[in-house]
Design a protein. Structure first.
Length: 527
């Protein structure tokens, strides 16, 4: 599961690097960013969270039925598909209004028009995002995790091929919205929708192989969907709050002048932030969510608490070093990933990424706590968590308007990091109120030890970064050397520190990795 997520995330970074090459930090790039965000935002708001929050615990509970939950699941999937079709059909004619809602009042007519044109082609992706989530969650509930993580690889390949075609045909740095032709718009927007569609459709095959046979069933009364509706209602409310915050954040970011880090730069930094989150936290929480949902079904509270403790410790020992390492070599990392773009652009993305990464470990705990409540079919508490997180982030993001264009994006990224840290602390308190004590002193002790182990590693890595600064004339070589040397210094120092402080989780992870490495075959004559 993690390997599929890793490949997908790496390809996603390559895709985003190519998108930045296509547009640069320009208004045309921001217009694409809004259009790209629209179907994902609407799907997440109206269906995505409901599907992800509801299906796994409901399937786990329904599996105790005499038919193994088949009729219940058929009706639940049928209802979800109908909702997705309805949402997609309603949103397409509303595109001009939605683009206006998400964009800055400073946009001129060509920039707005380009975003609307992109959106008309991208909007059908709402349905396929939802279909992917539905089929994937059915696979997860059946403990078939791999395909759900691997199918986005196909989506990214489609996008990368299309972007390569675009760059070959139209070149780089297409920043003027008035120069985009219908063919250019169709190539970019169509590749997005096609990629998402293939990502969803490919899941039908492993689902069929797992023994699942879907039959469309209607007549939704009398099968217990009322509980689903209650969970879905609170989940919708949570997502509505989150998307309101996203709208405000987007308007702040699109107010940034051209060539300064605004919406498209923030999106690149957010992808870098989500790469370790998706690879580590989401993969871990996906497995633990199924375990917790099954434990809830038999009222096994000890297993739930054990899963939460294990998850929090593993998140800490993996994401805290990533956050510290990014502080040391963040601009070199973005310079390497977004190679081919200007130093000013990649450095700007690096600063946004560094600010955002400060909240990475906390966001992992926040996400894990949210999964724990949803495993109990409790969506009301995650709603309270979301209100808290969005309120803090939104207030601080609005305050970023007081800053100059140069620093507004960085401040917005830092605002989200602060919101994640505060929200994670309070969410952990709420989890203990509901599920009993988690022995937080043990989790806190592990996290403090990890931070202590990271400090000398970060300082040594940053010293190497400064030593190489501006002495190598070839920028690609400079960035590569900074990342390679910085990582080569950081990782062993962190591992040595973790070993000396007896952080068991680090030892377990390193043992797991080393046991999976290919063994060297003995040479002739060796015993």
């Amino acid at each position: 599961m993690a390997s599929g997520s890793l490949v997908s995330r790496v390809l996603g970074l390559a895709r985003q690097s190519m998108i930045l090459a296509v547009f640069g930090l320009t208004l045309a790039g921001d217009s694409w960013a809004v259009a790209n965000m629209l179907p994902n935002t609407i799907y997440t708001l109206l269906a995505g969270g409901v599907i992800n929050a509801v299906l796994v615990p409901q399937i786990a509970a329904a599996q105790k039925n005499p038919d193994g939950g088949q009729e219940y699941l058929d009706k639940l999937i049928t209802l979800s598909i109908l909702v997705l079709l309805g949402v997609t059909a309603i949103c397409i004619p509303l595109i001009p209004f939605l683009v206006n809602l998400l964009s800055s009042a400073n946009w001129d007519e060509p920039t707005y028009g380009l975003s609307v044109a992109f959106s008309y082609i991208c909007m059908p992706a709402i349905f396929f995002y939802g279909l992917y989530a539905i089929l994937g969650q059915v696979l997860n509930a059946r403990e078939k995790f791999g395909w759900f993580m691997w199918s986005p690889v196909l989506c990214n390949i489609v996008w990368i091929v299309a972007l390569g075609w675009f760059i070959n045909a139209y070149g780089r740095g297409n920043g003027d919205p008035t120069t985009f032709t219908p063919a250019m718009i169709a190539l970019l927007g169509g590749s997005l929708t096609l990629g998402v569609a293939l990502q969803a459709i490919v899941l039908i095959w492993p689902l069929h192989r797992s023994g699942f046979r879907y039959r469309p069933r209607f007549g939704f009364r009398g099968v217990g969907l009322g509980a689903v509706g209650r969970v879905a209602g609170w989940t919708f409310a949570s997502l509505a709050v989150a998307q309101l915050g996203l709208i405000i954040q987007t308007r702040v970011l699109t107010s940034v002048a051209q060539y300064y880090p605004g919406k498209i730069a923030y999106d690149q930094a957010f992808l870098l932030f989500m790469t370790p989150h998706g690879l580590i936290t989401v993969s871990l929480a996906t497995a633990l969510f199924t375990s917790m949902a099954k434990a809830v079904a038999i009222d096994d509270r000890d297993t739930i608490r054990s899963d939460l403790r294990r998850g929090a410790n593993l998140i800490g020992v993996t994401t805290i070093p990533i956050a510290f390492g990014t502080l040391a070599i963040g601009t070199a990392l973005t310079g390497l990933i977004f190679l081919g773009n200007s130093r000013e652009a990649t450095d700007a993305i690096g600063y946004l990424t560094m600010a955002m990464m400060l909240g990475l470990p906390a966001y992992g705990v926040y996400y894990l706590c949210q999964r724990a409540f949803l495993a109990h079919s409790d969506a009301r508490t995650p709603f309270r968590m979301q209100v808290l997180n969005t309120s803090i982030g939104t207030v601080l993001t609005i305050a970023a308007l007081l800053l100059t264009d140069e620093w507004r994006g960085v401040a917005a990224a830092g605002a989200q990091a602060i919101a994640n840290i505060i929200s994670a602390i309070i969410a952990t308190m709420w989890v203990q109120q509901r599920m009993g004590r988690l022995r937080m002193y043990r989790i806190t002790r592990t996290w403090v030890r990890v931070i202590v182990a990271c400090i000398p590693a970060t300082l040594a890595s940053y010293a190497a970064f400064l030593a190489i600064e501006n002495i190598i004339p070839i920028r690609a070589l400079e960035s590569t050397l900074k990342v390679a040397l910085g990582s080569a210094i950081f990782i062993p120092i962190y591992l040595i520190g973790a070993h000396r402080m007896r952080i068991d989780e680090v030892k377990q992870i390193t043992q797991l990795i080393t046991t999976r490495l290919p063994k060297r075959k003995p040479t002739h004559g060796q015993a």
